[in-house]
Design a protein around this ligand. Structure first.
Ligand code: ADP
Length: 656
């Protein structure tokens, strides 16, 4: 119920008092202090005494005053009420906010807990995936080692044409399977952030020439020229991960060879300037192949992406190569891209930011003898241009022609006296061998002839006799340098030897190396023994780590090829024991892991256990040979000496 306000109450009282007496006297006669007041005398008195009006009106005045006071009080109490309401309201709000805050904190704690749980799950999943991949890779590599190793050995036995063909297909299939496993492993390593980049100084042309070496057979089979050019402003030595840069180049050049039927593959390196101390380099691999439709370009660098499904059927591949290149390039702070015109070819390029490095001791040493002039005869314009520029960089005077007949006519001028003539094999109108014969007719032995052939060794061995050196394209810078300068400076007998492009005779087979093979899988024992046999070496066999330790304690082996996973005692444990047993003596063997565990951690674990080097399965003959060369041939003797002096029994860690 609505209360009367203070104002109305006071006004009511004031007015009641003010109006009570006059009204009463106006109606009836009343007596106040003995005086009778009635309406008549009231009127007379009022008329005669104006002061009485003041007395009469005083109550009204009082009423008015009360009304004023009441009003003030009303305002005050309204203000008070308002203030009180506000305080109540604010308090309510504050309580609500407090509750909200509490709720939010609880939710956040919950979310945080969930996040931690999710991270742990993801970490466990990544670890499990990486372990799974590593195990899977190990399991696949073990039988692959047998397939690739034994088919390689089988192909070197006498086989009927059809059998040889089958063996070759099995070997090649094994090798493509190996490539796929390597791609998947690499990809997963990058994805899980496990790819670690190394940084070493190296000659910039090395990874390019390595990639060319690897792919020259395929390129030569398709009659494709592999050519590279490095702009002068590019530093000759840089620091970085040569293995990964080589991997990117191998991938791009291999794709270029795969998707090109005629013409050339051209690798070009230029400098895009400097960013602080870093040089920004741009590598480009240009081909004249099938090209890529514009709408497919974006997808190329994504995983498992091929231009169309029929590509897999026709050319093979996993569609992982470019995705891996993309990731590797970004890891190295660069970018990858492609410019392509369907039907005319593609240029894949990538940039790298690298520090310049000091000369890594691979500089070319110029002999004191001077060379008059070099003539280059090659029908491929790009080759001609690049060879000329390379030779000019070595301070040589160079003349060139793309026409063999023009070269011949140059010799009719007696003032034209080149010391060296470099000729291509396959040229229109006249091939390189015929040209060489003609030149010999005119100039005899006074000129040195170098063959640069892209189709391998001569079909007819007699063809070689016309040349001082027979080189197979693409020729490495150092190899060409040696060919040019050595043909001039060596006595003629050595020149003839030098004319052979085949690899130098191996000496390892004649080395008295005592070898122990520690391997539990009997098929892989056979493969390794046969590979060693091919190199002319024999080995004792231990079929687990414990046997290996026992054998090493009775016979002082020079080399132990050690599998990692073996029953009873694994390769790591066995290595540690052998290192400990031998102590700091010169009897420490070289221990090389030969394992299907190929992750970087495995390599590190092997090194930490005291092994010297690492061969990943499947082991190819060439890899086994190279490894033994490294540790036991002349060039490797320093390694062995260093190893023996640096083996610390505690860790046994040896630098590679
Ligand atoms: P793959 O192992 O299948 O070759 P890549 O990731 O290396 O995988 O290449 C993906 C696809 O990109 C290829 O299947 C091919 O369709 C296309 N491609 C790559 N390089 C070239 C090239 N030089 N010319 C034409 N197409 C190319």
């Amino acid at each position: 119920m609505k209360k009367y306000s203070t104002t109305s109450r006071y006004t009511l009282i004031g007015s009641a008092i003010g109006l009570f007496f006059p009204l009463l006297a106006a109606i009836v006669e009343i007596k106040i202090l003995g005086l009778a007041i009635n309406p008549l005398n009231l009127w007379v008195a009022q008329k005669e005494q104006p002061l009485l009006w003041i007395i009469d009106l005083a109550p009204l005045f009082l009423g008015f005053l009360s009304w004023m006071v009441g009003k003030k009080q009303d305002t005050l109490s309204a203000l008070n009420d308002n203030l009180e309401n506000q305080v109540v309201q604010r308090t309510k709000e504050l309580i609500q906010k407090n509750q909200d805050l509490h709720q939010e904190i609880t939710e956040r704690v919950h979310v945080e807990e969930n996040l931690i749980r999710a991270r742990l799950t993801a970490e466990n999943a990544a670890k499990a995936r990486s372990e799974f991949l590593s195990n899977m890779s190990h399991e696949i590599r073990t039988p692959l080692n047998a397939i690739i190793g034994l088919t390689g050995l089988l192909s070197e036995t006498i086989l009927e044409a059809e059998q040889a063909d089958f063996v070759n297909i099995v070997r090649m299939s094994g090798e493509s399977l190996l490539c796929i496993i390597n791609d998947i492993l690499d990809y997963s390593k990058i994805e899980s952030g496990k790819m670690e980049l190394e940084e070493h100084p190296f000659a910039l042309i090395d990874p390019i020439e390595d990639a060319f070496d690897l792919l020259s057979t395929k390129a030569n089979e398709k009659n494709l020229e592999l050519i590279y050019e490095v702009q002068d402003s590019v530093p000759a030595y840089i620091s970085g991960d040569i293995t990964r840069i080589r991997q990117i180049l191998v991938n791009l050049v291999s794709n270029a060879v795969k998707f090109t039927d005629s013409g050339e593959i051209f690798v070009h390196v230029k400098s895009l300037g400097k960013k602080g101390d870093l040089h920004i380099l741009r590598f480009a691999v240009k081909d004249s192949g099938i090209g890529i439709p514009a709408d497919r370009v974006d997808k190329l660098f994504k995983s498992f992406s091929q231009v169309d499904a029929s590509t897999t059927r026709k050319y093979g591949g996993t569609g992982l190569g470019l995705a891996i290149c993309n990731k590797l390039v970004s890891l190295m702070g660069g970018e990858i891209g492609v410019e392509s015109v369907e039907g005319s070819g593609s240029t894949f390029y990538f940039t790298l930011q690298v520090p310049i490095a000091k000369d890594v001791g691979k500089g070319l040493y110029f002999p004191s003898q001077t060379i008059n002039e070099v003539l280059i005869v090659d029908d491929n314009e790009a080759n001609l241009k690049i060879l000329t520029s390379r030779l000019k960089k070595w301070g040589l005077k160079v003349s060139q022609t793309n026409l063999p007949l023009k070269a011949l006519s140059m010799f009719s001028d007696p003032h034209f006296q080149p010391s060296v003539v470099i000729v291509d094999l396959n040229m229109p109108l006249m091939d390189g061998v015929t040209l060489a014969k003609e030149i010999r007719q005119i100039r005899g032995d006074s000129v040195n002839l170098i063959m640069l052939s892209s189709s391998g060794n001569p079909e007819n061995q007699d063809d070689r006799q016309w040349f001082n050196s027979w080189q197979i394209k693409p020729v490495r810078n150092e190899q060409l340098f040696n060919a040019v300068f050595r043909t001039v400076t060596l006595p003629s007998k050595e020149k003839t030897n030098n004319a052979s492009p085949s690899r130098p005779e191996r000496a390892v087979g004649s080395l008295p190396i005592r070898i122990l093979l520690a391997e539990d899988n009997t098929i892989n024992q056979k493969v390794a023994l046969r590979l060693l046999d091919k190199i002319g070496l024999r080995a004792d066999v231990a079929s687990n780590g414990a046997e290996a330790v026992l054998a090493a304690s009775t016979i002082s082996y020079d080399l132990i090829l050690m599998d990692m996973q073996m029953p009873e005692k694994d390769g790591l444990e066995a290595t540690r024991e052998i290192r400990k047993n031998q102590g700091e003596t010169t009897l420490q063997p070289i221990i090389i892991a030969m394992t299907a565990n190929v992750m970087n951690e495995d390599r590190v674990r092997c090194m930490e256990a005291g092994m010297n080097d690492f061969l990943s399965k499947p082991v190819k003959l060439s890899e086994m040979e190279a490894m033994i060369d490294k540790w036991f041939l002349d060039s490797g003797k320093e390694n062995v000496a260093q190893t023996i002096s640096s083996i610390a029994p505690s860790t046994g860690q040896i630098s590679e």
